[in-house]
Write a protein that binds this ligand. Structure first.
Ligand SMILES: Nc1ncnc2c1ncn2[C@@H]1O[C@H](COP(=O)(O)OP(=O)(O)OP(=O)(O)O)[C@@H](O)[C@H]1O
Length: 634
């Protein structure tokens, strides 16, 4: 493979000793490339993070490219990233064979197969210090849509890297496949039942009528026919049963896998996932430990419940539950309603910042206009620009035909809520400021400015002044956003806990009478509520289910982890309930170094956030990479 690739490199007119082409496409073209590869990008990022966790601190980086070898995302150890930047291993740079000669990314694309290129196997001498393992990612039609690569210093070569990259690429392929056929019937199968739900499972997609649509890599292998031939088949010609047998099987709700005989005579175990509309017949329901595929659906359901509750709770009057701090806050907000004054809501996570923003909108003269919420922390940095500002129709060469209306324009006539504004990349802060000052939006790739009329509410749990001092938040934008700054108090400081609980129960119990026992109310009052109203809402939601016909929430109806927290506090342990930094500071030996304190602080925060790295990073105001670096086994 290397020999042929080197021959191709010569044919492209490259010289081994040449200085590589370090040029990068423009920022706009990079954003466009990411947008065009949005599905790949979305599904690859979590897999890249997991892959990076395996290789952290080994002087390596994980790279995602599009089908032409253009790097669209990287994750890596800072020390190696510096070295990598010297040979332009960074977003916006092309690593095709045409551009860089023999290299794992370009060669994997040319060969349509995994490629490992080590040290002086690289065509360009400048790249001899690298060792690279790349695997192409295929779509359901068998076309390469991107490449996943791990690149490191040649001394960091490890023979397992290629295997990890291949598995990760296959994982991305399976995710992309499932996303493409989420409305189809999918059959997950394998000759060994324990492989169903793993990377090894075959997945085949069928129309509701049973016509074969496509299969993932393992599915094609197991079915033993090329894709073109399979497209002539139906569920019944492949498995000897009408597709309606799947519905019948799951209607009986028997918790067993289907046992199917393939056209080749080989028997496989299978579970089916039926159309979204037939969600109730999902095979996943038959497994006590639901597979990961059911999680998004459960998450969606939970989200719907939260949204419904939010709608019921959203008016300033409703939020005024008797606490003096809240009353004063609502009073201030009422005075600026309908005025052109930006509102900045601060407060710990879960204190109700978004709920307050929605209430402000609902009570404002813009109530009939849209309320558009954007969480700046949850959108990958590279996508925030297009998400906010949108695209012009066919504005770029090769751009997708339909442009996209950004969130700012979607909020026209209504309210734009920018949550976690402190996470807005510095480069976009200037653009946002311009929009706010000029009241015009220029979609990406367009020279046309569109007038826009939005009321702006921003929220943050971070200290923007500290961010300004650190040089990551623009002072001029800060002054534009803080027309009125209101701080939602943490739940532990509120005097209206009983009223909040009463109202939440009324909403959550949907009319059923339910009360909280005096003992539990006492527990609630003493609790620190690190997750604030969100934690209380979730806790009550669970307790109401547990209480059944009892009508009174008692200690036995509360989740164990909550009771553990309470007991830890009672035992005098700092537990999860106190401010983490204080706990660490007092519990460290005097000989502890700053590094020890940092590690301990991160460990405590991780425990407090159930091991969730993103939440921990947010709470501590550091990057996820920092957490990985300090606690590598995470
Ligand atoms: N005053 C309240 N009464 C009842 N429920 C509330 C109240 N405030 C917030 N909630 C509930 O708590 C949950 C979290 O609220 P919200 O998303 O508004 O918090 P947030 O401060 O924006 O959180 P984050 O900082 O994590 O984005 C929601 O389910 C919301 O309905």
């Amino acid at each position: 493979m290397i020999k042929e690739s080197r021959e191709r490199s010569v044919a492209y007119g490259l010289t081994e000793s040449a200085i590589p082409d370090f040029s990068s496409v423009s920022r706009t073209d990079l954003t466009l490339a990411i947008e065009q590869n949005r599905v790949l990008h979305t599904h690859a990022l979590p897999v890249m993070e997991t892959l990076y966790e395996q290789i952290i601190n080994t002087h390596n980086m994980v790279i995602l490219t599009d089908a032409h070898g253009l790097i669209v995302h990287t994750l890596g150890d800072d020390d190696f990233l510096e070295k990598a930047n010297r040979v332009a291993l960074q977003p916006g740079v092309a690593w095709s064979e045409q551009s860089k000669g023999t290299n794992a990314i370009g060669t994997a694309i040319a060969e349509q197969a995994p490629a490992q290129v080590h040290a002086n196997e690289h065509y360009l001498i400048a790249n001899h210090f690298l060792t690279c393992s790349a695997a192409p990612i295929f779509d359901s039609e068998g076309s390469v849509i991107g490449v996943l690569d791990v690149t490191g210093d040649q001394n960091s070569f490890h023979k397992h890297t290629m295997g990890l990259v291949r598995m990760s690429a296959q994982m991305i392929e399976n995710q992309v496949f499932s996303a493409a056929y989420q409305d189809a019937i999918t059959l997950h199968f394998h000759s060994r039942p324990e492989f169903i739900g793993t990377l090894m499972e075959g997945i085949a997609a069928f129309t509701q009528g049973g016509r074969f649509l496509s299969a993932n890599r393992s599915g094609l292998f197991q079915l033993g026919l090329p894709l073109t031939a399979l497209k002539m088949h139906t569920f019944s010609s492949l498995f000897g049963l009408p597709v309606s047998a799947l519905f019948d099987h799951y209607r009986t709700a028997a918790p067993v896998f289907l046992n199917l005989c393939m056209h080749s005579g080989v028997r496989v175990y299978a579970r089916a996932q039926l159309h979204r509309a037939n969600m109730f017949f999902q095979a996943d329901q038959l497994h006590p430990g639901a597979s990961e595929r059911s999680v998004p659906l459960q998450a969606q359901a939970a989200q719907r419940v939260e949204q419904q509750a939010t709608r019921r709770l959203s008016s300033l009057h409703y939020l005024n539950t008797g606490d003096v701090q809240i009353a004063a806050l609502i009073d201030k907000v009422n005075k600026v309603l309908g005025r052109d004054i930006a509102i900045l809501v601060t407060g710990e996570t879960g204190t109700g910042k978004e709920l307050l923003a929605q209430a402000i909108h609902n009570d404002s003269p813009r109530a009939n206009g849209p309320f558009v919420a954007v969480n700046c922390a949850s959108i990958p940095e590279t996508l925030i620009e297009s998400e906010l500002f949108g695209y012009e129709d066919g504005a770029f060469t090769g751009a997708r035909k339909k442009g996209s209306v950004g969130k700012i324009l979607q909020a026209n006539g209504g309210t734009l809520f920018l949550d976690e504004i402190g996470d807005m990349p510095l480069s976009l802060q200037a653009r946002l400021l311009r929009v706010l000052q000029e009241r015009m939006v220029t979609p990406l790739g367009s020279s046309r400015s569109i007038p826009v009329n939005v009321a702006l509410i921003c929220a943050t749990h971070r200290n923007l002044r500290e961010l300004i001092a650190a040089g990551v938040f623009r002072e001029d934008l800060y002054y534009r956003l803080n027309g009125l700054v209101v701080k939602l108090p943490p739940l532990r400081e509120r005097s209206d806990l009983e009223v909040v609980i009463e109202r939440l129960i009324a909403t959550e119990a949907d009319g059923t009478q339910c009360t909280v026992s005096a003992a539990v109310m006492e527990l609630f009052k003493r609790h620190n509520w690190p997750g604030n109203c969100r934690q209380l809402t979730n806790l009550l939601r669970t307790a109401i289910v547990m209480v059944g016909d009892d009508r009174e929430i008692r200690r036995e109806h509360l989740p164990d982890d909550f009771l553990d927290d309470i007991e830890a506090v009672q035992r005098g342990e700092s537990g999860r309930s106190g401010p983490i930094s204080t706990q660490v500071a007092v519990s460290m030996p005097t000989s502890a170094t700053l590094d020890d304190v940092e590690i301990s602080l991160i460990q405590n925060a991780l425990a407090a956030h159930g091991g969730n790295i993103s939440a921990t990073a947010r709470a501590l105001g550091v990057s996820r990479n920092k957490i990985y670096r300090k606690i590598p086994q995470q």
